[in-house]
Design a protein around this ligand. Structure first.
Ligand code: ATP
Length: 762
């Protein structure tokens, strides 16, 4: 009799942690088991508690726990490996169940539960093998008058929210977060999410709406006994296709195979229009966006016309997205996707339309600001300062595509701080006309201007497409006629689907351009972003640029990247009690319920005497990190290249840090540029802006002092003349530090000299 083997997600995670030699033996075990589950060497036996669960021998010390989930049409038995563990941690009471909310197979690992909790809940565990440790726990004793961690919650509540049956009494017996951690380290995902949510103070209704309802499916009456149907609903790795690779590649492959149910639901959902996913750093927004692209690509017919656009704000992130997508998609599916960063896309639209406009060198706002300053000095303009005018131009004039003075007089200036009288608007308009003429004369345009022009071209095209479709509907011509405006493209929408990552930083013009590039129909735009991480000045209400996400917004709350210790401090930086964040629409976004299941060392917050002192201490820490990381599991040496980074608060510090580390400490560095790391130096060094979207195992942030984070001089100046602008600058500085701090996976160290930044949670 042959068998088919699949692997439960939890079991796969357990495997990652085992010694290489045990992994190899497990692989051999699977081969043997597939050929003949009754092979005497495997010693397959049911447990006494749940007779659907069997144990089998991998080697002298390790056992596999398996559930027989059915027999296929060829008479082959289907087995699911639910756990791989040392024999002393195999107990007769272990069981599998089908979750009443998700309909998925669940295995509750009671072997990790703390003694005191087992005792309070009156649970006894009997080791399967005689020579293993004696029974765990004694019956409940009444002498522990401890207050439960979860109060005002009943067993029935937990059951309704989808907590695994075996965990309910135990969860109610837990008295502190340490016990909860221990209990949940072996728990099914939904139970983990629900219980962590409740423990973090999420109201029950929110847990039901944001966690349980997200993964709920309709189940028939016999769901509890039908393991075969339950396996079909559960994400598993099959032995034939993925198992070897999964074992060999370890955790790095996890996200490619297992999406959290709340992530998977977003990936596969049918949306009647634009949809948005939000969530704190590391909650998997990018992963969801990548899987969404895969899902959309799979629905499309073959071809290489790239009907899906995956775009993001910065150039270096497209490199990362491209690499991740290439590892997720077959080449033929990859051919259906274009990956371009948003400015590059705008530039392409402009070059395709170059016959219509003039081509100018594109410059950053800092260059434009200098030109404007110079112009104001030349004409001796004292009433308006350059920063205010540039912002007014970028946000109001360009932001709303205002082409005439009349339009500017009528324009809404919401969020701009001070109001302007009609004569003042007249003055401002005149100065801005002079300024744009000056830019033109110098042969330059800002990226904001370029985006605006590109949006206009695309909107005009969209209008022509619509017109032609209307004509066609009443008996007119073909929609695939050449479009004269570019001469290179046909008159149809560029894309069928657009997926956007880091959405919080896009400009209004970018959104208008994207909106025009894709027809208005289901699944047109999928938008991932977190407004707590907005580090540029572009705040957009999507509704005003024709993108309606109402009723199609979902928030992810579980961080996969950052430890709980790091999150706790990072949340203090954005301080949701003091600062409010938008939801890319008219409402507010929050980080409520944002949590991590990972734990690690408490971040180091280090006060230094001077910048030199900061450098010396940084060098010492990096040296110790290198030593620690170079010796991996089992003493095998490992190259920590690219896993450690130094993030600096001021531009000048990049070269200073790199020079110091290279010459005084002997650590080679790679500067994080707009295109990603330059060279293959061991430690990446860059400014906070460059860290957007990236992650590192260990991260040091240096120079986090008052006056720099935030730039007090700039803020004080604004505070006098433009209150809202000052508040915006402060919020941006908080977000910058928040983005930087949440790039660390395991270890975070923040240092400063002089007075620390007021945003540091000291
Ligand atoms: N289902 C999953 N299984 C395993 N790992 C995951 C999963 N989802 C996300 N991750 C991991 O968590 C980390 C963060 O994911 P991702 O970059 O998608 O988060 P994000 O929400 O886009 O973060 P940020 O807002 O900080 O850019 C990555 O290392 C990713 O591989």
């Amino acid at each position: 009799m042959t068998a088919r083997i699949s692997l439960y997600q939890k079991a796969e995670q357990e495997l990652y942690k085992l010694d290489r030699s045990v992994k190899a033996k497990f692989y051999d075990f699977c081969h043997l088991f597939r050929d003949n589950p009754d092979h005497p060497g495997l010693d397959l036996k049911p447990l006494k508690g749940d007779r659907r669960v069997f144990r089998a021998k991998i080697d002298q010390s390790y056992r596999a726990l398996l559930a027989k989930t059915g027999v296929d049409e060829r008479g082959r038995e289907n087995w699911l490996v639910i756990a791989v563990r040392h024999r002393k941690n195999v107990y007769e009471e272990l069981s599998v169940a089908v979750n009443r909310v998700t309909g998925e197979i669940e295995f509750v690992d009671l072997s990790v539960v703390g003694e005191s909790v087992l005792r309070r809940a009156g649970v006894t565990l009997t080791p399967v093998e005689v020579e293993a440790e004696g029974p765990r726990t004694t019956p409940a004793t009444p002498s522990e008058p401890l207050t439960p961690l979860l109060t005002n919650i009943t067993a029935e509540d937990l059951r309704g929210l989808g907590v695994a049956e075996q965990l309910i009494d135990l969860a109610l017996a837990v008295t502190d977060s340490g016990e909860l951690d221990q209990l949940l380290s072996g728990a099914p995902l939904l139970s983990k999410d629900v219980l962590y949510g409740l423990a973090a103070g999420m109201p029950m209704d929110d847990v039901r709406r944001e966690i349980t309802a997200q993964v709920e499916v309709e189940l028939g009456n016999d769901y509890a006994d039908n393991l075969s149907a339950a396996v079909a609903r559960t994400t598993v790795t099959t032995f034939d296709e993925d198992l070897k690779a999964a074992i060999e590649e370890g955790d790095f492959r996890a996200w490619k195979i297992f999406l959290h149910p709340s992530q998977a639901k977003l990936v596969r959902r049918h949306y009647n229009g634009p949809a948005r996913v939000s969530g704190g750093p590391g909650t998997g927004k990018t992963i969801v966006a990548l899987h969404r692209v895969k899902h959309l690509a799979e629905q499309l017919p073959p071809g290489s016309t790239q009907p899906i656009l995956l775009t993001t704000f910065t150039k270096n992130l497209t490199t990362d997205l491209r690499a991740r997508l290439a590892s997720l998609l077959e080449p033929e599916l990859l051919d259906r996707v274009e990956i371009t960063h948003i400015d590059q896309l705008a530039a392409r639209v402009l070059s395709e339309n170059s016959g219509v406009g003039i081509s100018r060198q594109r410059v950053y706002d800092t260059v434009a600001l200098n030109i404007l300053r110079q112009m104001l000095a030349e004409i001796d303009e004292q009433r308006w300062n350059a920063e205010f005018l540039l912002e007014e131009w970028d946000q109001v004039v360009l932001g709303q595509s205002l082409n005439t003075r009349k339009a500017y007089f009528d324009a809404r200036r919401a969020g701009r701080g001070r109001s302007l009288t009609r004569p003042e608007r007249n003055q401002v308009w005149k100065l801005l006309e002079q300024f744009t003429a000056r830019l033109e004369k110098e042969g330059v345009e800002t990226w904001g201007q370029a985006a605006e022009r590109a949006a206009r071209f695309e909107m005009e095209r969209a209008a022509r497409i619509e017109e032609r479709q209307n004509n066609q509907a009443v008996g007119g011509g073909d929609t695939a006629q050449p479009d004269d405006s570019s001469g290179r493209r046909y008159l149809r929408h560029r894309y069928q689907h657009v997926v956007v990552d880091e959405a919080q930083d896009l400009r209004a013009a970018h959104w208008k351009m994207l909106r025009a590039m894709v027809p208005r129909r289901p699944n047109d735009l999928f938008i991932a972003g977190d407004t707590h991480q907005r580090i540029y000045d572009h705040q957009v209400t999507l509704g005003t640029v024709g993108i309606n996400i109402r009723g199609r917004s979902t928030r992810l709350t579980l961080s996969y990247r950052t430890t709980r210790e790091i999150l706790a401090r990072a949340i203090g930086v954005v301080d949701p009690r003091k600062v409010s964040y938008d939801n890319l629409d008219d409402g507010a976004d929050t980080l409520d319920g944002y949590r991590s299941v990972l734990t690690g060392p408490t971040p180091d917050l280090v006060a230094c005497q001077s910048w030199d002192d900061e450098l010396v201490r940084l060098g010492a820490v990096l040296t110790s990190w290198r030593a620690e990381m170079s010796t991996g599991d089992n003493g095998v040496r490992r190259d920590p290249r690219g896993d450690v980074a130094v993030c600096v608060a001021e531009r000048d510090m990049v070269s200073q840090v790199m020079h110091y580390l290279a010459t005084q400490v002997g650590i080679s560095c790679a500067e994080l540029s707009k295109d990603g790391p330059k060279g293959d130096g061991e430690v990446h060094v860059g400014t906070m802006h460059r860290f957007k979207g990236l992650e590192y195992q260990k991260l040091a942030i240096v120079g986090v002092r008052d006056g720099v984070i935030p730039r007090t001089a700039v803020i004080e100046r604004y505070r006098e003349e433009d209150h809202q602008r000052a508040a915006r600058e402060e919020r941006k500085a908080r977000s910058l530090l928040f983005v930087a701090a949440t790039r660390a996976r395991d270890t975070l160290r923040i240092s400063w000299h002089g007075k620390p930044s007021p945003y540091l949670p000291l």
